[in-house]
Design a protein. Structure first.
Length: 81
């Protein structure tokens, strides 16, 4: 089975530094791939993921994982629920 997820953009206002984007992206890709193992996704052209609240201490890897979990949650939502 192949799952393709296209993310237009991730916007992080007021956090991180210039080198953090790559670390956030890598953590997001890794965690989303891990979560995709359950194969429990709905067919969707567009998904709106729940907001992500970042903790008081900035950590790019943690932020990437939290964003991936939010996307996974949006992909698992059932229509009409």
């Amino acid at each position: 089975m192949r799952i393709t997820v296209h993310i237009d953009r991730v916007v992080l206002d007021g956090v991180g530094g210039p080198g953090d984007a790559a670390a956030v992206g890598e953590a997001l890709r890794t965690e989303l791939a891990r979560l995709a193992g359950d194969g429990n996704f709905r067919d969707a052209r567009r998904v709106t993921a729940p907001d992500v609240r970042l903790g008081p201490v900035w950590n790019p890897a943690s932020a990437g994982r939290d964003i991936a979990r939010s996307i996974h949650s949006g992909l698992n939502e059932r229509r009409g629920a």
